[in-house]
Design a protein around this ligand. Structure first.
Ligand code: ADP
Length: 395
């Protein structure tokens, strides 16, 4: 059975086609500049990458081109569209309506529409992606997998902000958390790697990439997480500020003659590692700059490491301990020096990193010294989770 996984952004669309019987990726790729001009990068299995400019006036055009590529003689991997049994979509925000993945119906589409105000940049393109598939693929079963769903198990003391209660009941202001698919996947892999039932473990998962969040997972359930009502809260990120004093916003509006919208835009797009360093949002660039003496790049990296460490301490306090720490995503999987910077002051928790093992990148490994608290590196695979959820819901 083949399952197509779609991650639709405002001007991009990523896809992977899985053969679930052999658990392999038949093809994957990316459409970019949708609505502008149009570009596609398509990798059919182990065959070479195909890159081209194609007219992509909208997402439906991208889906149509995708199907053409998947069945084409030259770049194809299947004989016809009927070989795609179902489509799984990444949907960023499910609000309180979804605590698990669901088969998409009109009612589900309406519920995703209802939370658009909470994720105005993300949910609309996700909906467009779903509708584009319906337009091109007819009534092929479709499934929505939400970034927020895994965190719906958080207790009130974790998800409520200390604001007037009616802002929660009337305006849906609360912590939702994100990257749930990734946190769920790596926590399950962590339990498997340790050979212990997940129900017996207190896990802290650190999804550190361009966007970063950490989650406390107690007995397999998310009990607290660093991202909030939106993906702006938590640790500082590539271009996002993370947690700041909320009074800064009004202050900046006055001091720099900015609107709230302009400040919020800066907090999302020009803050974090980029804002502090003035160099880049990319950790590779930051290490390179810091190594050649750039003080601001160095302090940006120090801020990141300390903020992640502080979150680990906080989440351990939420659970009353921690049995295993997991690093995942671009930075967590690959950035060996950053893992050391984060962990070096966690000795009080029983953390001790083996410098040799820590040199490994992008593979599942326990980088802790013998007898120390397990610190696992686990490459995340959100697409695989989406494919599995889709399979189990359409079977
Ligand atoms: P996204 O949140 O966009 O999915 P990723 O999880 O792909 O982001 O993470 C991207 C980040 O990972 C970038 O800042 C990049 O610098 C960092 N990264 C990837 N590989 C390395 C590496 N070898 N060393 C340091 N940082 C790395």
């Amino acid at each position: 059975m083949n399952i197509l996984v779609i991650n639709a952004g405002s001007s991009s669309l990523k896809y992977q086609l899985f053969d679930m019987d052999s658990q392999t990726v038949l093809a994957k790729g990316l459409f970019e500049r949708i609505g502008i001009d149009g570009k596609v990068k398509h990798t059919p299995g182990t065959r070479p990458l195909y890159e081209a400019s194609v007219a992509l006036p909208d997402h439906a055009a991208a889906i149509r081109t995708l199907i053409e590529l998947l069945v084409s003689k030259e770049h194809g991997v299947i004989a016809s569209m009927s070989e795609i049994s179902a489509v799984g979509h990444r949907v960023v925000h499910g609000g309180e309506a979804f605590a698990a993945s669901v088969r998409i119906t009109d009612a589900v589409l309406n519920a995703i529409e209802d939370v658009v105000p909470l994720a105005p940049l993300h949910n609309p393109p996700n909906l467009v992606g779903i509708r584009a598939c319906t337009a091109v693929m007819g009534d092929v079963p479709q499934v929505a997998v939400f970034d927020t769903a895994f965190h719906q198990t958080m207790p009130k003391e974790s998800y409520l902000y200390a604001l007037p209660y009616e802002y929660y009941t009337e305006n849906k202001v609360r912590r939702y958390g994100f990257h749930g698919t990734s946190h769920r996947y790596v926590s399950e892999r962590a339990a498997a790697m340790l050979g212990k039932p997940i129900e017996s473990l207190k896990i802290i998962t650190c999804h550190l990439g361009n966007g970063s969040s950490l989650t406390a997972i107690d007995g397999g359930r998310s009990v607290d997480t660093t991202m909030g009502m939106t993906p702006l809260e938590g640790v500082p990120m590539g271009t996002r500020s993370g947690l700041i004093d909320p009074a800064i916003i009004e202050y900046l509006c006055g001091a720099r003659n900015m609107t709230v919208k302009e400040v919020t835009d800066v907090l999302n797009k020009r803050s974090g590692m980029l804002g502090v360093s003035g160099v880049s949002s990319d950790f590779r660039d930051l290490h390179e700059a810091a190594d050649s003496g750039n003080e601001r790049a160095k302090v940006a990296l120090d801020i990141f490491a300390q903020s992640v460490r502080k979150s680990i301490g906080g989440l351990a306090a939420v659970m009353g301990g921690v049995d295993v720490i997991v690093f995942t995503a671009g930075v967590g999987e690959n950035n060996c020096p950053m893992r050391i910077m984060i962990c070096e002051k966690l000795a009080y928790m029983g953390v001790a990193i083996d410098a040799e093992k820590n040199k490994q990148r992008g593979v599942e490994i326990n980088i802790a010294k013998e007898g120390a608290l397990p610190v696992l590196v686990i490459p995340t695979n959100e697409e695989l989770v989406i494919a599995h959820d889709t399979l189990s819901l359409v079977k």
